[in-house]
Design a protein around this ligand. Structure first.
Ligand code: NAD
Length: 418
């Protein structure tokens, strides 16, 4: 379908095709799983503070609902398009299946730079977007969560808008909410904590120790900053972090708590913190380190820079950070890749915990959340590793094949309607 045809969608489909080929997936199922089940494009008119009306484009794509309600983040970024949202929704389907969550995949987005909006404009944009996608979302239908450019406050506005429409409070319509309205302990840090847990397992497999590890992280938002903090708490030396402007590097290890205070609390830029030497995002990816964590956007590691990477482990915090060509180059170099649908699944796992708590109106302790998250991720990592070793295939293919197989089983049992 031409409307989805973008670079990111081609990457997601090429990965799917490779996995489908290797598992000899039924031809009819292949056709059904390649394209999303539902895609909605909406106009989001927003009255700006100066009285003008700006119209933004919003999306909500549900890739597959055969295993349950669909689930996936909402991204605010100026360059998003339908194909990228469809790719991200497809990855969500495989991710939820891989970790045995009773969900299908979805993704939403608005093509906007949130940094250019005032808080009041951001609230109006969010509420109008939520109202426009209202027919598609709900705790039994499709459950949004934060992603690039959105946070707990945006989720609170979405939850409130949905609740106003139905006339009562529905905490389970979104996850990643503030605690005061049914959010879960541990959700904000969940993706970074998950990246750390699977990295610990990968290090064990490679007979390496976290305390001898150096880590470089591209992207210092939700995923990147929590990964940095938790990796350091676990004994690693975080030597570089970056955001969209570039990064800082300190071979002795960055002081992450101090960096977080200066960057997040005091509003300094990475460069202004003066905690390390300035370096570009490209240089960061090429640093000599044990673990490299891309935690920004997709297609950052390409055939242009893959050969220059000097990490032992690539833990994909971001979705789709590695192109197909780069993947091949890294495999040839012997880099151990923890693929995105496994490495960053901590976010959706704790989102699932949040949804369960909301639906049951019964809330868990932080230690319960951490223990259950670690349990699910450790199991998923070792199942994927065993699959990869026994089938002599990459960790990425093993993860994709396991996820796709579970979705295929659901389709075969349910049959084709009508
Ligand atoms: P975020 O908006 O909180 O942070 C994004 C970070 O990336 C920011 O530091 C930003 O400055 C940086 N960035 C943006 N463009 C960049 C570029 N061109 N080069 C370098 N850095 C750049 O977003 P997030 O929630 O941390 O998400 C990051 C990635 O992780 C995305 O791929 C997202 O889909 C994925 N992810 C997020 C979650 C979650 O729970 N938030 C879960 C799973 C996967």
């Amino acid at each position: 379908m031409r409307e989805f045809d973008t670079q990111t969608f081609r990457l997601a489909v090429a990965q799917f095709d490779q996995a489908a080929e290797a598992m000899e997936l039924d031809h009819n199922l292949r056709e059904r799983l390649k394209f999303p089940q539902r895609s909605l494009i909406v106009s989001v008119p927003v009255r700006m503070d100066d009285g003008r009306v700006e119209v933004y484009t919003g999306y909500r794509v549900q890739h597959d609902s055969s295993r349950g309600p669909t689930k996936g983040g909402v991204r605010y970024h100026p360059d998003v398009n339908l194909g990228e949202v469809a790719a991200l929704a497809m990855w969500m389907t495989w991710k939820c299946a891989l970790t045995d969550l009773p969900y299908g995949g979805a993704k939403g987005a608005v093509a906007v730079d949130p940094a250019q909006l005032s808080r009041a404009e951001l609230q109006r944009l969010t509420r109008r977007y939520a109202a426009e996608i209202f027919p598609l979302i709900g705790p039994e239908q499709d459950i949004p969560a934060p992603d690039v450019g959105t946070d707990a406050q945006v989720m609170a506005w979405m939850m409130d808008t949905y609740s106003q429409q139905v006339g009562y409070s529905v905490p389970g319509v979104v996850t990643g909410k503030p605690l005061s309205i049914g959010g879960s302990l541990g959700r904000e840090e969940a993706t970074g904590r998950g990246v750390t847990y699977v990295t610990i397992e990968a290090l064990r497999h490679l007979k390496l120790d976290m305390r001898d590890c150096t880590v470089a992280i591209q992207g210092f938002g939700n995923v990147g900053s929590h990964t940095a903090r938790i990796m350091q708490e676990c004994g690693a030396r975080v030597i570089a972090v970056s955001d969209v402007t570039g990064g800082i590097h300190n071979a002795k290890g960055l002081d992450i708590p101090e960096l977080l205070t200066r960057y997040q609390t005091n509003g300094q830029t990475l460069r202004e913190t003066k905690l390390g030497d300035w370096l570009s995002n490209d240089d960061l990816l090429q640093l000599d380190c044990t673990v490299l964590v891309p935690a920004a956007l997709s297609e950052q590691i390409t055939e242009r820079n893959a050969a220059k990477l000097r990490c032992r482990i690539l833990a994909e915090g971001a979705n789709g950070p590695t192109t197909l060509e780069a993947d091949r180059i890294l495999q040839d170099k012997g880099v151990f890749i923890i693929p995105d649908i496994l490495a960053n699944s901590g976010g959706v796992i704790v989102s699932y915990f949040e949804w369960v708590q909301d639906v049951q109106r019964f809330f868990w302790k932080a230690t319960d959340i951490q223990d259950r998250l670690q349990d699910i991720l450790t199991n998923a990592f070792h199942r994927t590793l065993q699959f990869s070793l026994s089938r002599n295939t990459s960790m990425r293919m093993a993860a994709l094949m396991s996820g796709i197989d579970k979705v295929a089983q659901a389709h075969l049992h349910r049959g084709l309607y009508p």
